[in-house]
Design a binder for this molecule. Structure first.
Ligand code: PGA
Length: 264
């Protein structure tokens, strides 16, 4: 099972996530990183930018692949995930834009674009570390409930609840996208390491279902139970519905990574 690290608060959980990303970059300056958008990730990227500056860490040799992009939004649209990633991270570090990859939301044929994106990931040698959020309905990327657990990058329709959750980022009256291109669950599972962050009480139910419920397409994030190297970082609120919470806290007090010399 995954390492489940429960932090005292959101700030500490976000910082710990940023530290792991930083450590992966420092360990391999040519790493291929899988990145995610969403409100949860904003403090992570802020902390990552600060720590990269403090430690003089270069991003110039990385490749990044984001999980998803809205269909119908051009790259320059203020709410596209391309614009969001530029604003939150890429504008503040030394990675050349050409090394940052997101599916194009305004391509002529989104199905072709999705297949090409999958091929690009493969051609890069595969993702070393994939950052993940989780939706209140258990989605990862835009793999909504009922997504095939073997799916690859493709077009997905968004659930009404996801469209509603995303509406907060759009101006009132503005059309909220109903479809996205998203890495598939099979694509995500191929990453060598997974790093999921969930914060806030709104995620507690989805987190409990993903980590302690059955592995099911009804909760796509539950597939993490099958990944050999998944780490889940939570704050107290997101952890609040876990049945085995005290056990996870015994193993990792305060969310700290503890290594036991005598156990494997
Ligand atoms: P959020 O989105 O960070 O904005 O809650 C997470 C997700 O839907 O994957």
């Amino acid at each position: 099972m995954a390492s489940i690290l429960i932090h005292p608060d959101t700030e500490s959980a976000s910082r710990a996530t940023a530290e792991r990303l930083l450590a992966a970059i420092r360990a391999n300056p040519h790493a291929v990183l899988g990145l995610a958008t969403g409100g949860t990730m904003e403090p992570v990227y802020t902390a990552l930018i600060d720590r990269a500056a403090e430690t003089g860490t270069s991003f110039a040799g990385l490749h990044t692949f984001n999980l998803d992009e809205y269909i119908g939004l051009a790259a320059h649209h203020p709410q596209s995930y391309r614009t969001t990633m530029d604003r939150l991270l890429f504008d503040h570090v030394d990675i050349p834009r050409a090394r940052t990859h997101l599916p194009r939301g305004d391509s002529e044929d989104s199905a072709v674009e999705a297949r090409a994106y999958e091929a690009q990931i493969e051609a890069s040698g595969g993702i070393d570390l994939q950052l993940l959020g989780i939706g209140t309905n258990g989605h990862v990327g835009f793999n909504e409930p009922s997504s095939s657990l073997a799916s690859r990058t493709r077009i997905k329709r968004l659930t009404r609840s996801t469209i509603k959750a995303n509406a907060r980022f759009f101006r009132s009256g503005e059309q909220v996208p109903t479809h996205a291109i998203t890495m598939g669950i099979g694509t995500i599972m191929q990453a060598r390491n997974l790093l999921m962050l969930a914060t806030g009480a709104g995620k507690a139910e989805a987190v409990a279902a993903a980590l302690e419920g059955p592995v099911t397409a009804s909760c796509p994030a539950s597939i993490l139970q099958f990944h050999p190297a998944a780490t889940v970082i939570l704050d107290q609120e997101a952890a609040s519905k876990l049945k085995w919470r005290d056990f996870y806290e015994d193993i990792h007090p305060g969310g700290e990574e503890v290594y036991f010399a005598d156990t494997h």
